[in-house]
Design a protein around this ligand. Structure first.
Ligand SMILES: Cc1cc2nc3c(=O)[nH]c(=O)nc-3n(C[C@H](O)[C@H](O)[C@H](O)COP(=O)(O)OP(=O)(O)OC[C@H]3O[C@@H](n4cnc5c(N)ncnc54)[C@H](O)[C@@H]3O)c2cc1C
Length: 425
């Protein structure tokens, strides 16, 4: 096996690194979970797009640069290592876009993808309902057929736990369009504007007080046939493709974890107590697991199967969904362990320790940590002082085993479908 990068890949990395060094904001952006931060991150998406870096693996006609899966992995490493802002467009570029590449029409791709790539349209995922989370197929929101404007659906119901829906422009979701059929059938995958007539978006209060998480109420919202992904009634199949991307490499790429493991290693060098081999072993363990994830990504890229990426190139549409279940358990548990180790290194009062840490260590290193800590909270990006980004990251990591399908469910899938164990339900 050849583990060397090609000259073209090295050049790609150098170009990405140089661009990021010149463009990543020196000041940390306000949290993308606030109105101000959401707008600032949207501007950053535009800047990435103008530089040709917002969706590297997409075909050029949609705003990408036709990068290979290996190049996409390289870009992600550089992105996180540079401490670049969290991706406010992640629901669109990581979840909806690959679904459109696999199941959408040419017309939908041409209409939806370019404004997604530039950050002009930011998407929310409207799947979960109060009574349908793990058991998504039990969802009750529904669409009634209408002949209005050439044909479409009038959609009603309630969606919940929709990340950043309070500020997003459009949403994609699953709706029951044929109640007579078995529950996995008769579901349709629809796109709709969040400011459409009949839509009410209500922020859900979070412990941290940030207002972007929301529930969505729909009252006979018109969705034209042009905004049905795949065939009406075939939504489950397309939804499983979205879920594969959410759990696979796409949403939480290896680069995010290799960058965090490198920061943890530096933190250990600065703060680790002499002789504390137990913590040292945890740091090494986190680094090994991040490296293993990185190598698994490159292995998937080199054999061309992949666990799907944001775009159409090298995404491996035929990759087993069970692989992504294993992947999701792996990255979400690594994220928790990595942050827990960092908090143990920082010691009691890690959330208040920023100034102390900054005084303790040489100024240049403090600045580096401050800058590099920013992407720890890609989703829950926050304006709290930099060293406590580890704490923010830890809090956000707690949600990892829940979103994108809980880890209990992923383990069930692996037990039943990979290991052939008896069904638990
Ligand atoms: C930070 C965050 C962001 C999110 N963003 C979005 C979003 O943008 N859009 C969206 O649609 N949803 C989103 N969600 C919702 C998420 O998808 C659901 O929380 C998740 O699917 C679990 O559903 P639930 O909360 O209804 O829990 P439940 O399904 O009620 O599960 C409760 C518990 O029971 C366990 N359980 C349930 N069934 C089984 C079983 N058969 N076997 C073993 N254990 C079982 C679960 O693992 C869990 O521990 C988000 C959630 C979080 C935490």
């Amino acid at each position: 096996m050849d583990l060397e990068f090609s000259a073209a890949e090295d050049a790609f990395r150098a170009e990405a690194r140089a661009w990021l060094a010149a463009h990543v904001p020196a000041e940390r952006l306000p949290s993308l979970e606030t109105a101000e931060g959401f707008a600032a991150h949207r501007c950053w998406e535009r800047e990435l797009h103008d530089g040709g870096w917002s969706v590297v693996s997409w075909p050029r006609e949609y705003g990408g640069r036709g990068a290979t899966l290996t190049e996409w992995l390289i870009f992600e490493e550089e992105y996180y290592a540079a401490g670049a802002p969290g991706r406010v467009s992640q629901n669109g570029i990581s979840l909806l876009a690959p679904t459109l590449f696999a199941h959408g029409s040419q017309e939908q791709r041409a209409r939806v993808l370019p404004p997604m790539a530039s950050g002009e349209t930011i998407w929310a995922q409207a799947w979960s309902e109060p009574e349908a989370g793990s058991d998504l197929a039990s969802l009750r929101s529904y669409g009634e057929r209408t002949t209005r404007e050439g044909g479409g659906w009038l959609v009603s119901g309630q969606k919940t736990w929709s990340s950043r829906a309070a500020f997003a422009d459009r949403a994609f979701g699953l709706f029951r369009t044929d109640p007579a059929l078995e529950r996995h059938r008769g579901l349709s995958y629809l796109m709709f504007p969040l400011d459409a007539e009949g839509v009410t978006v209500r922020p859900i209060g979070r412990l941290d007080g940030k207002p972007a998480f929301a529930e969505i109420f729909l009252d006979r919202v018109f969705v034209p046939d042009a905004d049905v992904i795949g065939e009406a009634g075939q939504g489950w199949r397309a939804a499983m493709s979205t879920a594969g991307n959410e759990r696979g490499l796409t949403l939480r790429s290896p680069g995010r974890f290799t960058a965090a493991a490198d920061r943890l290693t530096r933190l250990w060098r600065e703060r680790g107590a002499l002789g504390d081999t137990a913590t040292g072993a945890r740091v090494a363990d986190a680094w090994i697991r991040a490296r293993a994830y990185q190598l698994a990504g490159y292995a998937a890229a080199s054999v061309g199967t992949g666990m799907r990426t944001e775009g159409g190139t090298g995404g491996g549409a035929g990759a087993s969904p069970f692989v992504s279940s294993m992947n999701k358990v792996f990255w979400s548990e690594l994220d928790i362990d990595l942050h827990e180790t960092a908090l143990d290194l920082l010691g009691p009062g890690a959330d208040e320790i920023t100034d102390e840490v900054a005084e303790d260590i040489a100024e240049d290193i403090a600045e580096k940590i401050a800058k590099e800590a920013t992407d720890e909270v890609a989703d829950g990006d926050s304006v709290v002082p930099s060293a406590s980004a580890w704490l923010d990251g830890w809090i956000f990591a707690q949600a990892g085993p829940i979103y994108a399908g809980t880890n209990e469910i992923q383990r069930d899938i692996v037990a039943e479908r990979v290991l052939g164990l008896p069904r638990g339900r």
